[in-house]
Design a protein. Structure first.
Length: 197
């Protein structure tokens, strides 16, 4: 009887250990995997160029949202093109949220303050409070967004539910921006249909 109890305990222990290892492997895989259309965008937080703190989920909650990620100085120039066009077309639209995430973990610590100061001085005031500067998890976000070339911005369109509806990994162009505008319009029409029912 004692031998049976010990075997049962051992079996339960092995089962628990196996479950733990599977869960751990699944989490590790999800951290390594690139996000796909339909996935919920994980939250990211950091400071604004003005010095406040900001979580992406606070900006995009319940709205059709465009999020622009930048991983380098060159990508920042590309992100600016996206943002200037987005601000012109949707800046006053309360149904569309725009946000920029600037990853600076790879920037030398001594230069970070100078970089943020330059960002702030070159950024329209309307964009400062919806821009997140992050100093952590840059490699994780590169994997999530499948960044192959950090010399341009990565642009995501999220539905009001936080799910990715569209993504762009090419440099800004009029054709790419027109495609984004069409997708934003589709999202707004869909949201309008839901609210009118």
């Amino acid at each position: 009887m004692k031998k049976y109890v010990n075997l049962t305990r051992l079996a339960l222990l092995l089962l628990a250990l196996g479950s733990f290892m599977m869960l751990r492997a699944a989490r590790a895989q999800s951290a390594r995997s690139a996000l796909s259309l339909g996935d919920i965008l994980p939250d990211v937080s950091g400071q604004t160029p003005s010095g406040g703190s900001l979580r992406l989920s606070d900006v995009v909650a319940g709205k059709t949202s465009v999020v622009v990620f930048s991983f380098s100085k060159t990508a920042g120039k590309d992100a600016r093109l996206w943002n200037v066009h987005l601000d012109k077309d949707y800046g006053s639209n309360r149904l569309v949220a725009g946000s920029t995430v600037i990853m600076l973990e790879a920037a030398p610590r001594l230069l970070r303050g100078i970089i943020v100061s330059a960002l702030k001085s070159n950024m329209p005031p309307s964009m400062r409070d919806r821009t997140i500067v992050s100093y952590q998890n840059e490699e994780l976000w590169k994997r999530r967004l499948a960044v192959a070339d950090d010399s341009h911005a990565y642009v995501l369109l999220l539905g009001p539910d936080g799910h990715m509806r569209w993504r762009n990994s090419a440099a800004f162009s009029d054709a790419e921006y027109t495609e984004l505008k069409n997708k934003v319009q589709e999202e707004l029409q869909f949201a309008n249909q839901l609210t009118s029912q």
